[in-house]
Design a protein around this ligand. Structure first.
Ligand SMILES: [Zn+2]
Length: 113
């Protein structure tokens, strides 16, 4: 899947499956796993005096999920979609395979490529 940090995705499988668009916080293992805002949240118990939590207690944080459980969110279709890449004369961009809307430019076309 061609997902980058900051993209919006929908979690389609697993405990946190929903139709809500969520932001990708990190892409791990070369795109195999994603850290997604509010998904796979766990409570980590922290002792008093820890730098991130002087009071101690329970700290909420996310764990990565498999990228195969997430789909790219298309704001036109308002749901998770498959993504393609298309190349114009000057740029490469991702697009929604359903409605063909552009999902953003991902780089310039290499000269002579
Ligand atoms: Zn679409």
């Amino acid at each position: 899947m061609r997902v980058r940090k900051g993209d919006l995705v929908v979690v389609v499988a697993g405990d946190d499956a929903s139709h809500v668009a969520r932001k990708v916080l990190r892409v791990l293992d070369g795109g195999e796993r994603l850290l997604i805002e509010g998904v796979n949240r766990v409570y980590k118990h922290v002792k008093r005096g820890h730098p991130s939590s002087p009071q101690g207690g329970r700290l909420s944080r996310e764990l990565p999920i498999s990228a195969s459980n997430a789909m790219f969110f298309c704001s036109q279709c308002n749901k998770g979609v498959r993504v393609g890449t298309r190349v114009s004369e000057t740029t490469r961009e991702r697009y929604c395979k359903k409605c063909k809307a552009s999902l953003g430019v991902i780089g310039r076309q290499k000269a002579g490529a």
